[in-house]
Design a protein around this ligand. Structure first.
Ligand SMILES: Nc1ncnc2c1ncn2[C@@H]1O[C@H](COP(=O)(O)OP(=O)(O)O)[C@@H](O)[C@H]1O
Ligand SMILES: [Mg+2]
Length: 345
């Protein structure tokens, strides 16, 4: 190691001795006789370490230490004191010195000073390297998160474009049946787009806040399905739960299918009523229960579908991917669909 050492001491003779001794180990010693000279040298050139004597003419080394820290100079300081009084050394360490050496007439002084200097420089370099590595990790994480948000933004926009194309096709289609089926497909695509959108608007790029995601989803479903003849309100009550993107999108798809079904089938003709969607954490902390219910005509799950039956297949495969299943508890009126959701860790 070749350290550049700033030696602040008003005793020029001892600094010359130190310079000779440390020069042999490849170190460079620059002498400053007082604080002002030291500050000037620090401003003009680079040093690895400061050696500071306790007894200076105008002030003590303690005063110098406070000045250095006050000026934002963070170089390691090796404190040299002529007195073996422990309180002086302790005070210096408290004020930020990295080590201290007691100035004696014995031969020990030079090797002790050299080792204190080398140790302090090595520690400072390690600290700096660690701080740099941490900063690099922080920046890399920030860049990755920004990139992920950007990707989610683009995916959401591309899916919105696809949904828009479908909307055009629905507008141009002459078949009522085709219109209805394309409308359902459009709702499914919007459910996926919404998941990506909620990822780039959230603070955590790896989790979807389900209450916000479902609120947007429900508004979109209501918008795409609403009929001119009757009002069927979609009511949402969701706890603040966050899920990983793949689980969130599975839940979104299930909600889309069940709400669409309730819209289409629960209230035929002039009948109307509400559709209630709930996502609530249960008492056993680690699960939530998704329920979609209506007060309509109800159905028996064994009966043949009036439509294609595609919705039930989507729901079953999404539930399976969540490691759960859907059940329809018996009710007096309407339909209640329940899907327990494991919240994991
Ligand atoms: N909330 C509900 N109220 C009444 N009937 C329902 C309800 N949900 C589903 N159904 C019945 O279940 C059938 C299967 O639904 P689904 O698998 O989504 O297929 P699709 O929507 O294409 O008909 C529907 O055709 C309908 O008869
Ligand atoms: Mg359906």
């Amino acid at each position: 190691m070749n350290a550049r050492i700033l030696y602040l001491d008003d005793d020029a003779a001892i600094v010359r001795l130190v310079e000779k001794a440390l020069g042999r180990s490849g170190h460079t010693v620059v002498h400053a006789e007082h604080l002002e000279a030291a500050m000037q040298l620090l401003a003009d050139s680079e040093f690895d370490v400061i050696v500071l004597d306790h007894y200076l003419r105008q002030m003590t080394g303690h005063d110098v230490l406070h000045r250095l820290r006050g000026e934002g100079i963070l170089l390691p300081v090796v404190y040299v004191t002529g007195s073996s009084e422990a309180s002086i050394a302790v005070e210096a360490l408290k004020a930020g010195a990295s080590d201290y050496v007691i100035k004696t007439v014995s031969d020990d002084f030079m090797p002790l000073l050299a080792s204190a200097i080398e140790q302090s420089v090595a520690n400072a370099q390690l600290r700096l390297a660690k701080a740099r590595a941490n900063e690099e990790i922080r920046l890399a994480k920030e860049r990755a998160e920004a990139l992920l948000a950007e990707v989610n933004h683009r995916v959401a926009n591309s899916l919105a474009l696809v949904a828009g194309l479908l909307r055009l096709q629905i507008g141009n289609s002459r078949s009522a049946e085709a219109k209805a089926e394309l409308t359902e497909t459009q709702a499914r695509i919007s459910a996926i787009a919404g998941m990506h959108r909620s990822l780039y608007t959230s603070d955590d790029v790896s989790r979807v806040e389900m209450d916000k995601y479902l609120a947007n989803l429900v508004t979109e479903i209501a918008g795409s399905l609403k009929s001119r003849e009757k009002a069927i309100p979609l009511l949402l009550d969701a706890d603040t739960i966050s899920l990983t993107p793949d689980r969130a999108v599975s839940v979104g798809m299930i909600v889309t299918e069940l709400a669409t079904n309730a819209f289409k089938y629960a209230y035929p003709g002039d009948a109307s009523g509400e559709i209630r969607i709930r996502l609530k954490t249960s008492d056993s902390e680690n699960t939530a229960l998704l329920t979609v219910e209506d007060d309509g005509i109800g159905f028996s799950s064994g009966a043949a579908p009036r439509g294609t039956g595609l919705g039930s297949r989507i729901v079953n495969s999404m539930a399976a991917s969540l490691g759960t299943g859907i059940s329809y508890p018996p009710v007096d009126r309407g339909t209640v669909a329940e899907v327990p959701i494991n919240l994991g860790t």
